[in-house]
Design a binder for this molecule. Sequence first.
Ligand code: SAM
Length: 229
Amino acid sequence: MTTPTMTSLAITSLAPLLDRLFLEAEAARGATQAAVANLSDADRTRVTRMMRSKTDYAELYGLLKDDPLAVSRETGHLLYMLARSSRARTIVEFGTSFGISTLHLAAGLRDNGGGRLITSEFEPSKAARARENLSAGGLIDLVEIREGDALNTLSADLPETIDLVLLDGAKALYPEILDLVEGHLRPGAIIVADNADDSPDYLARVRAPGSGYMSTPFAEDVELSVRIN
Ligand SMILES: C[S@@+](CC[C@H](N)C(=O)[O-])C[C@H]1O[C@@H](n2cnc3c(N)ncnc32)[C@H](O)[C@@H]1O
């Protein structure tokens, strides 16, 4: 007879919280998509420019501050599984938003016996929501939310070695954020980059032969990379 395995994702305080947050994220995504569909051609061009810009991203995310822009449920599960399978103790996240991905990563740390998760968000109202959600999920003790632009907040005071990284902030900055964490990645460290198709420079870098990474697209919108030396 096998014993059912209980994970933090399934415990009573976290499972209903995640169900509610994913439902809210779905509703917000619908509203954002409807708003985008109604944009004039000029505004659509402006939004696309902001998405690709290494300087105008703050304006874009300011417009989206009420939308969790969360990873999918599947990606959330993947993050938890990768944290567990790599026995991660140190995780860095670029782009906290309401903390949905953070809850999955922190649950992985909890079930690994503890650890440290540093996450970064520049929208104060989103950082506050994330703090509330992580408190409600009983995981806030594992998480340090660094408020401000990740280009600054992740530029110092990182753990000596990092086991797992989630890139999910402004897509144009993925290469710059990789620069900040790269020297800390342990051999075998995992990097998950969400919506990496919007960051062609990043994809070219991690996929290049001799880059020090093995990398593959995964489940449509995720690039999964492993530091191999
Ligand atoms: C796609 S959302 C993150 C979703 C979150 N990972 C989740 O799945 O629940 C991206 C977030 O990154 C934040 N962000 C974007 N660029 C940033 C930057 N340079 N520094 C800090 N936060 C940033 C945005 O405000 C937004 O909340």
